[in-house]
Design a protein around this ligand. Structure first.
Ligand code: 3PG
Length: 332
């Protein structure tokens, strides 16, 4: 690992540990709707407390006007939580003054916010320049587990869905050699259909030149076989697609999944839920992540049925694309 973890931090007794967590969780009417990220950071908090450190948590929340008040019920005794970092513009600007202000609150810095570590913000890359810095336990596990995708067992199936084609196409290009198959679902598939000359009518596409023909020619790209349409738009993948994926999943030894197969937010969830279920039951090593992907897993109560569930959305994708993140580099 290119960093030290808190297990290598030495004597922490009496020290103030400034811990960057990512408790940017959905909050509605003052209530936390999904506490997965909060739970995943508890092992680091317990570890530091057991070592006699005084734990001070820092997190951002979106929208940036939100207060951390609804998060306080998750605090063990003696653990402090500072106000939403993004209420200070210095956080996003990575201002040296704000980094210094934060660093003065701790004797050591811990990054337990893998899912925010693609951001070059003060609490991610500024503070570790100023304090002895360590990775939290979940952070280290994220790096270790996601790195398996760089030396995967075969057959390796990569399932990539969702939208934001321009952020995901680099991933497809990165993995086209090492993956045995890449299933492209969700709105991402529409650009491939268009490239193949399929009439996608009003379906969402990303504009730009993405050089998809060589990817298609590799023979490794799988697209939805029976897209489901509504109002001239593709909205989900149908049962034939799921049956084809089922065969692939059964044949695979390593599977990486990020992103829904349909327009999840509008309620077109069936394809995504079916894949979540198939993956939870298969024998392959399965690593999953991404906001809508996790929403499907939560809906089916399947959190314990995968080899690893990443807390990262954008951070997971950036790590897979670049093999590192600004927050990892800052700990080095
Ligand atoms: C996330 O929710 O993906 C992380 O907390 C990062 O949040 P951001 O996209 O607002 O930086």
């Amino acid at each position: 690992m290119p960093f030290k973890t808190i297990e290598e931090a030495g004597d922490l007794s009496g020290k103030r540990a400034l811990v960057r967590v990512d408790w940017n969780v959905p909050i509605e009417n003052g209530e936390v709707r999904d506490d997965f990220r909060i739970k995943q950071s508890q092992k680091t908090i317990s570890f530091l407390k057991e070592k006699g450190a005084k734990v001070i948590l820092i997190t951002h929340l979106e929208p940036e006007t939100l207060s951390v008040e609804p998060l306080r019920k998750y605090l063990p005794e003696g653990v402090e939580l500072l106000e939403n970092l993004r209420q200070n513009p210095g956080e996003k600007e990575n201002s040296p003054e704000f980094a210094k202000e934060l660093a003065e609150k701790g004797d050591v810095y811990v990054n337990e916010a893998f899912s925010a570590s693609h951001r070059k913000h003060a609490s991610i890359i500024g503070v570790p320049k100023l304090l002895p810095s360590f990775a939290g336990l979940q952070f280290a596990e994220e790096v270790q587990q996601l790195s398996k995708a760089f030396a995967p067992a075969h057959p390796f199936l990569f399932i990539l869905g969702g939208a934001k084609f321009e952020t995901k196409i680099p991933l497809i290009k990165n993995f086209i050699d090492s993956a045995d198959s890449i299933f492209v679902g969700g709105a991402l598939a529409h650009n491939f259909f268009k490239e193949q000359g399929v009439d996608i009518k009003q379906s969402l596409v990303s504009e730009g030149e993405f050089e998809l023909s060589s990817l298609i020619q590799s023979g490794k790209i799988m697209l939805p076989a029976d897209p489901l349409w509504k109002d001239e738009k593709i909205k989900d993948a149908g049962p034939e697609t799921i049956a084809l994926l089922e065969t692939k999943i059964k044949d695979s030894k390593f599977i990486l999944w990020n992103g829904p197969l349909g327009n999840y937010e509008e309620g077109f969830k069936e394809g995504t839920l079916a894949v979540a279920k198939l993956l939870s039951e298969c024998n392959a090593e399965v690593i999953v992540g991404g906001a809508d992907t996790l929403a499907a897993i939560k809906e089916l109560n399947l959190f314990d049925s995968f080899s690893f569930v990443s807390t990262g959305g954008g951070a997971m994708l950036d790590f897979l694309a670049n093999k590192t993140l600004p927050g990892i580099e800052a700990l080095g």
